[in-house]
Write a protein that binds this ligand. Structure first.
Ligand code: GTP
Ligand code: MG
Length: 197
C-alpha cells in the first residue's frame, strides 16, 4: 500500500464541504503540535506532503490524503490550542463531532499523544467524543525519540489503564517517532489491514 502514490486531494473547513465518502478512512487526531502531520509524512515517506510547523495550530482544516486509491488518511486540526477563541472552538467541536458521527467510511481514529506528556484533559475530551459517536479509536504515542525506552513503557502502561474506562477504545498503544521511524512499519501494517475490504 505504501509503495503506491499518496496525494492530498481535499481540505474541508466545515461539515458541508466534506468529500464524498468512498474509500475506507483513518483519521489522525490529537493536540496541536503533537505531530499528526509529521506522522502522515513519515508514513508516506514524503517530507512535505502534510504541512508541519513548530507553531501550534498549523493545520486548520480536515486534510484528506488518498493512498493508492485504497485508503484515505485524514489529518485533523489539533485541539487544545489556547489561543483559539471560544466561538471558534465551539464551531470546531460541532464540525469534528458531525464528521465523526456521520462518516460512514471511517474505520478507526488514531488519537496521537505526545509520549513526553501522556494523556491530557483535552485528549480525554476527544476520547469521550469518540465514545459518544461510536468511533473506534486507539492511542498512538508520538515523539518517542525524546524518551528512553523505560520511560515510554511507563507512559504506555498509564495510557492502557486510562483506556479501560472508554467504551470505544482499542487497548493497543503504539509508540512512534517521525524522526527515527520507530513504529512506522507497524503503523503501515495496521493501515494496510484497514484498507482490506
Ligand atoms: P497542528 O497541525 O498544529 O495540530 O500540529 P501537528 O500535530 O500536525 O504537528 P506537526 O506534525 O506539525 O509537528 C509539530 C512539531 O513537532 C514540529 O516541530 C515537528 O518537527 C515536531 N515533531 C513531530 N514529530 C516528531 C517526532 O517524532 N520527534 C520529534 N522529536 N519531534 C517531532
Ligand atoms: Mg498538523
Amino acid at each position: 500500500l505504501f509503495a503506491k502514490e499518496c496525494d492530498f486531494f481535499w481540505g474541508a473547513e466545515a461539515a458541508t464541504t466534506l468529500p464524498e465518502a468512498v474509500l475506507p478512512e483513518i483519521c489522525f487526531a490529537g493536540r496541536s503540535n503533537v505531530g499528526k502531520s509529521s506522522l502522515v509524512n513519515a508514513l508516506t515517506g514524503r517530507k512535505t506532503l502534510a504541512r508541519t510547523s513548530q507553531t501550534p495550530g498549523r493545520t486548520q482544516q480536515l486534510n484528506f490524503f488518498n493512498l493508492g486509491n485504497r485508503l484515505v488518511m485524514v489529518d485533523m486540526p489539533g485541539y487544545g490550542y489556547a489561543q483559539v477563541s471560544k466561538e471558534r472552538s465551539a464551531a470546531w467541536v460541532d464540525f469534528i463531532k458531525s464528521y465523526l458521527r456521520g462518516r460512514v467510511t471511517l474505520k478507526r481514529a488514531l488519537v496521537l499523544v505526545d509520549a513526553r506528556h501522556g494523556l491530557k484533559p483535552h485528549d480525554v475530551d476527544m476520547m469521550k467524543m469518540m465514545d459518544q459517536t461510536a468511533v473506534g479509536y486507539q492511542i498512538v504515542l508520538t515523539k518517542a525519540d525524546t524518551l528512553k525506552p523505560g520511560a515510554i513503557d511507563k507512559i504506555r502502561a498509564q495510557v492502557a489503564v486510562a483506556l479501560k474506562t472508554h467504551g470505544a477504545a482499542h487497548p493497543e498503544v503504539l509508540a512512534t517517532s517521525a524522526e527515527t521511524g520507530l513504529g512506522i512499519p507497524e503503523l503501515r501494517g495496521f493501515l494496510t489491514r484497514m484498507a482490506e475490504p
